[in-house]
Design a protein around this ligand. Sequence first.
Ligand SMILES: C[S@@+](CC[C@H](N)C(=O)[O-])C[C@H]1O[C@@H](n2cnc3c(N)ncnc32)[C@H](O)[C@@H]1O
Length: 216
Amino acid sequence: MEANDPGYFDEQAATWDDDPAKVERAAMVARAIAATIDLGPHTSMLEYGAGTGLVTQAMQADVGPVTLAEPSEGMRAVIRSKVEAGTLVAEAIWSLNLATDPVPEQATRPDGHFDLVVTVLTLHHITELDRVLSGFAQMLAPGGHLCVVDLDREDGSFHGHGFAGHHGFDRDDLARQLTSAGFGSVSFSDCGELVRDGVAYPMFLAVAGDRSTDQI
Ligand SMILES: C[S@@+](CC[C@H](N)C(=O)[O-])C[C@H]1O[C@@H](n2cnc3c(N)ncnc32)[C@H](O)[C@@H]1O
């Protein structure tokens, strides 16, 4: 089964955390975000495309209430089992795909908005990027930030032939898309690399600020 196929992430979910590289990557991403954004117990966070919740697990000591959004039922089942075991604290777990679903009413202003939206290695799977980025902008509180960690532009070898998503991202192109989607300032930094089949794929951390705060 390929990464495009419906059910791919359901199938991967039960063994996702068995790969130490995924756990280490989540910890590295958490450190990179904490070094870039002021976090605290009042920081309300949405992790979008949360998978099994590894990134939230690595960040939860530094933030306040976390909502995890994930369209794969298999992944959500792992998240629920971690919540039941007490290894993950979640205010809410949403089945959400912003490419097709409306922005949840409770997440838009003035109520229920997030100070921080984090999404890791998820956007390259999404062809309807403008719609999803605009959804993030609507869910962000004044002064809030979107943090995207994903692959820099690659030659297509990461997912291989037939993958319908993005072959990583050109940073300037993504910055333009974020601005068009309603974000203010956008900055990029290097964020480690992901090694697959002996090839190192560089990753970035993009931080996009809420536009209304930029204009104050
Ligand atoms: C490579 S995994 C990353 C999981 C997690 N962020 C991590 O770093 O361990 C990509 C995740 O994006 C989710 N995903 C794919 N398409 C999505 C979409 N349109 N909206 C939200 N999540 C999506 C998948 O179900 C999967 O859990």
